[in-house]
Design a protein around this ligand. Structure first.
Ligand SMILES: Nc1ncnc2c1ncn2[C@@H]1O[C@H](COP(=O)(O)OP(=O)(O)OP(=O)(O)O)[C@@H](O)[C@H]1O
Ligand SMILES: [Mg+2]
Length: 318
């Protein structure tokens, strides 16, 4: 287990990349000590990850004639995507709908296995050692729309049930639970009502509270603030920063809110068509485009400049 908290701003040598470059093409062979080194220096490593869905079934597009016939069957969600996330980093994934963000989060959570390539979480291969990966996630999967809860139970009952899996000091966990729910603006009346009767945004807050209570080493958040009102969104962002600053938690999140990506994330990856099209600190991404454009730009400008409008055929394929 890695206990060393590295300063993300003083990213070290880049040695793992160097070694990967020296490996023969296509070789999965590790150099002696490389896995240990990865565990100490990287929270997540995604290497040439490929994931396709429904490749064996015939999609509507394959029944078309003309140039569309040449398109592969099924959806290629990730297409040889590689990236690293450093310990203690708040890392953002942005990109068009269907770009592959959720698929990447699910690969990192060991909920899906890559068709090719590999995904490492704190040095553990998600395909070979999913239990170690789930432990790093605090035993819960990513916070995502429609997170699993007992719908007949209330938020408090669901959270206390979840907390039984990790709480060493139940009284303290209970106090923290009410503090987080209050900060997220959960109305008192909602605390003891069945989940099934709560609004989508309120259910999302309960999912966020559960993830924070577990204080995971790696927090995966798929569009955590989508559908939340502005005050709640700010509170979630503040909680994410606190968790990182106070517990050294690494955070991988997706968002369609470019301002959120800019203000919250240390680095942002733009993923389009399952490929990585850019990866850097938000300021650096903007600076690069500003040089070409000859004027100040926003992260939304960068997004629009680097991502494509899907074709009609691609939309039909979704
Ligand atoms: N379970 C699945 N079965 C079939 N196709 C899938 C499945 N999950 C994802 N896909 C396809 O994989 C591609 C990537 O989807 P993904 O959900 O990862 O995109 P996304 O970037 O998260 O999009 P959004 O911004 O809309 O959430 C899409 O073409 C999608 O239709
Ligand atoms: Mg998604």
């Amino acid at each position: 287990m890695c206990t060393i908290a590295l300063d993300p701003l003083r990213w070290p040598t880049g040695l793992p990349e160097h070694r990967a470059a020296m490996r023969p093409a296509g070789s999965q062979q590790r150099w002696p000590g490389e896995e240990i080194e990865m565990e100490l220096t990287l929270a997540i490593r995604v290497e040439d990850a490929v994931k396709a869905f429904g490749a064996k079934t015939q999609s509507p597009v394959t029944r078309l004639s003309g140039p569309e016939m040449a398109r592969p069957r099924g959806a290629v969600a990730l297409d040889r995507l590689s990236l690293d996330v450093r310990p203690g980093e708040i890392f953002g994934l942005v990109g068009p709908n269907g770009g592959g963000k959720t698929t990447l989060i699910r690969l990192v959570a060991a909920q899906l296995a890559p068709d090719a390539g590999r995904v490492m979480v704190f040095g553990h291969d998600t395909a070979r050692d999913p239990c170690a990966v789930r432990a790093a996630l605090g035993r819960f999967g990513p916070v995502a729309p429609g997170a699993g809860f007992f719908q007949k139970l209330s938020p408090v009952e669901n959270l206390l049930y979840g907390a039984r899996q990790f709480a060493a000091r139940p009284a303290e966990t209970r106090r923290q639970m009410f503090a987080i729910l209050r900060r997220l603006g959960l109305p008192q009346a909602a605390l003891y009502r069945p989940m099934e009767g709560l609004s989508r945004g309120t259910q999302q807050k309960v999912a966020i509270a559960r993830a924070f209570l577990a204080e995971p080493r790696l927090l995966l958040l798929d569009e955590p603030t989508t559908g939340l009102d502005p005050r709640s969104r700010r509170e979630v962002q503040a909680l994410i920063r606190e968790l990182r600053d106070e517990h050294g938690t690494t955070v991988l999140l997706t968002t369609h809110d470019m301002l959120e990506a800019e203000q919250l994330c240390d680095r942002v990856a733009i993923v389009d068509g399952g490929r990585l099209v850019a990866l850097d600190a938000p300021a650096a991404l903007k600076q690069r485009l500003a040089l070409t454009a000859g004027r100040p730009v926003t992260l939304e400008d960068v997004f629009l400049a680097l991502t494509r409008q899907p074709t009609l055929a691609e939309e039909t394929d979704e």
